[in-house]
Write a protein that binds this ligand. Sequence first.
Ligand code: UT7
Length: 332
Amino acid sequence: MYRARITGVGHYTPPNVVKNSDLEKLMDTSDEWIRERTGILERRFVSDDEHNSDMALKATNIALERAGKKPEDIDFIVYATLSPDYFFPGSGCILQNDLEIPGVGALDIRTQCTGFVYGLSIADQFIKTGMYKTILVVGSEVQSRGIDLTTKGRDIAVIFGDGAGAAIVERSEDDNRGILTTQLHADGRYVKELWNEDPGSRKMPRLSHEMIDEDDSIYPYMNGRYVFKHAVSKFPAVIFEALETAGVDKSELDLVIPHQANMRITEAVRQRLDMPEEKVFSNIQKYGNTTAASIPIAMSEAFEQGLIKDNSLVCLAAFGSGFTWASALIRW
Ligand code: UT7
């Protein structure tokens, strides 16, 4: 069996900065409430002519350059998003076309906040078995076009932002470095605690005026406190699971990169792990929650800041809609 290594990471966030004070003009909220409850100061929203796969392409180009690779080196694409360009086909196909690599397999996955970690695990399995040598894993989200930017939707609207991150995962001959383990979980009993009901194929037609004008079901719903409660227990559990599976002690960790859901969740996780602040990465202040993009954006920024170096032991962990939760332990 081969080992899979991340050899390049990149990210892109739209230049359009939306501050808490900008949201105050759209809904009954306050900078103080948003800061205190979430830690978010600002987020990025796409401009009218910018789309999910455009951001993914920009993040991919940076990741490719850092890995010293060209698009034609990519054997397979895994694209994590809950906000694809179209209902179908998947954004992976659009990105593949933009990269001008026709014929290369492209798989969209929809596990929301855990999408990138699930994607990394898929890449790991394909590389381990020898099926592929170089896989592009992307997480990209346009949340700003799917949220209710009025007082009715304020609990959700103030949290989410847009952006993309990408990683090049390659076959490695070095048995000591690379993805050491991935842990993937889901519990479908909680589907409706954080979901976007419409449009979906359960209804005929799948999109109607009533859904838009009366039901608000085209917007995401989140049982915030319930999600919070589950998140603070699942994050540490899935991190410990990864450490135990890999036979690594917590003290060896150089960096934990949690999905950026809420600063209070990250802080609670840090305390449960009993780790110093500098070992638990956070950039939610700048971007809010970018769902499947949050971990690769954070990973790319951590790399740029020199927090991830050769041989660093890094643990990624995520929790979100599904419910799903997942982790990946990586020797860089
Ligand atoms: O990435 C996917 C996973 N998602 C998460 O992990 C999110 C987990 N949940 C959370 O982060 C938090 O539950 C929220 C940030 C969503 C909400 O914070 P909270 O401390 O749980 O607040 P709450 O929902 O209990 O609401 C408290 C009050 C309510 O008013 P009343 O009923 O006390 O009068 C809300 O109506 O805050 C009100 N509120 C707001 N006020 C100003 C809710 N949203 C806002 C807002 N601005 N944006």
